[in-house]
Write a protein that binds this ligand. Structure first.
Ligand code: PLP
Length: 440
């Protein structure tokens, strides 16, 4: 859609996670997108360095998705998802379960990552309840991001996201984050020994609160939104061990890492740790139609669905738009694209080049640290006058310099599209560097 500042008002839309007043004075609008690039309202071409918000790895306006959604909309546009269904959601669940590790084979559809997290919390509650186990505490981690609904905010480890929102669920205990500011520019993010030590926070929480009271522990395998913090070696495996020892469910929030970002289908496969529950969203539909999902082990599905009398609803949860036909069509097309274009293997092969390219920025005096994990990097710049101010300013400057990058505070999070060539990676580095050079 075109934009004309003389006839189009920007005032009425309250934008999410944005500097509304600043934006409306100096808007950055995308009026078209194709493949690796966005076209802004002044006609400039902007390279998409963060795949939108990590959600469009197959490229913008992929013809297969456009065609699939268009065709779906001509057949049926909506079907009630409670007690009635349509073939698309079953087909998509089957395709997702081919990618998830065994024995994770059951998929519950939602509309976003935030809904996936809140649904995972409720599945964990329902599972323990069905087993007659009164566990009610949850464990999360400092610097975690699990979306913005009240369940996800309760698990949040990012202060601004929870600061004034007091109505969170009770009983959430935090493990320490895994970032060590002393260790900078280490490709794996950490020296070897800290994984087990940090994961043992969960053991200490078990000893303090009673392991039998803890329902589930939530972690992003790579903490994404806080600035790409890779897990230290052995960390996720040790969490798995502690969970197994005490009957605690391990939930991987794979909203960013799912569908290839680590060069494997999910981070679970990259780190060789199978969780009990996985949340996913974003790349599931290549960002084209909102959709999220929660995938669970067979035993969880069977316990929850087996826990009520025959003929009655088993799990009192779901959304009007769970498994929406348009989202399923987009998701199925995305599953085909991942397979036909071999995007996960392609990403896997591109990761070393990408990580080296990102690390080449470490000589810039404005860069404080760089962390890389799979096809994602966090580039932290030295703080300016206030925390986050330099990051917000740089994000704007980079956009006008032809590079779209997501910043959280003073951390840029680079997450290229899986279709990008080495030249695109080089262009990200060049534009990032020149934006730093030009920054006031
Ligand atoms: N969980 C993680 C790990 C995320 O990174 C995000 C979003 O970035 C979410 C949940 C929330 O997803 P959404 O914005 O689709 O609600």
């Amino acid at each position: 859609m075109a934009y004309d500042s003389r006839s189009n008002s920007l005032e009425e839309h309250w934008m999410p996670f944005s500097d509304n007043r600043g934006f409306k004075k100096d808007p950055r609008l995308v009026v078209k997108a194709e493949g690796t690039h966005l076209i802004d309202h002044r006609g400039g071409r902007v390279l998409d360095g963060s795949s939108g918000l990590f959600c469009s790895p197959a490229g913008h306006c992929h013809p297969k998705i456009v065609e699939a959604v268009h065709k779906q909309m001509q057949e049926y546009t909506y079907v009630m998802p409670f007690q009635v269904g349509h073939p698309g959601s079953f087909a998509l669940a089957e395709r997702i379960s081919r990618l998830t590790p065994e024995p994770i084979n059951h998929v519950f559809f939602v509309n976003s990552g935030s809904e996936a997290v809140d649904t995972a919390l409720k599945i964990a509650m329902a599972y323990h309840h069905a087993r007659g186990d009164a566990r009610s505490r949850f464990v999360s981690r400092e610097r975690a991001y699990h979306g913005v609904n009240i369940g996800g905010v309760s698990l949040s480890g990012m202060v601004k996201n929870r600061d004034i929102f007091h109505a969170t669920i009770p009983g959430v205990v935090m493990m320490r984050h895994t970032h060590n500011p002393e260790e900078k520019f280490i490709p794996g993010g950490h020296s070897e020994h800290r994984g087990v030590e940090l994961a043992n926070d969960l053991q200490r929480i078990c000893e303090t609160y009673g392991a039998g009271n803890i329902a589930a522990v939530f972690v992003e395998p790579v903490a994404g939104s806080t600035g790409a913090l890779p897990p230290p070696v052995g960390y996720l495996k040790r969490l798995r061990e502690i969970c197994d020892q005490h009957g605690i469910l391990l939930v991987f929030d794979e909203v960013i890492t799912g569908f290839g970002r680590m060069g494997t289908n999910f981070a679970a496969q990259h780190y060789d740790v199978v969780p009990d529950i996985m949340t996913m969203a974003k790349a599931l539909t290549n960002g084209s139609i909102p959709m999220g999902a929660v995938a669970v082990k067979d035993e969880i599905y069977e316990t929850v669905t087996g826990g009520s009398p025959d003929g009655l609803t088993e799990f009192f949860h779901g959304y009007t738009y769970s498994g929406h036909p348009a989202a399923c069509a987009a998701g199925l097309a995305m599953m085909d694209i991942l397979e036909e274009e071999d995007l996960v293997a392609r990403t896997h092969d591109m990761i070393p080049y990408f990580q080296d390219a990102m690390m080449s920025l470490k000589d810039h005096d404005m860069v404080n640290d760089i962390r890389v994990a799979g096809f994602m990097a966090g580039i932290e710049v030295h703080q300016g006058a206030m925390p986050g101010l330099r990051g917000t300013t740089l994000q704007k400057e980079m956009f006008w310099n032809g590079l779209s990058v997501k910043f959280t505070g003073d951390n840029a999070i680079i997450a290229p599209q899986f279709i990008m060539e080495k030249e695109h990676i080089d262009e990200i580095v060049d534009k990032f560097r020149s934006s730093l050079d030009q920054h006031e």
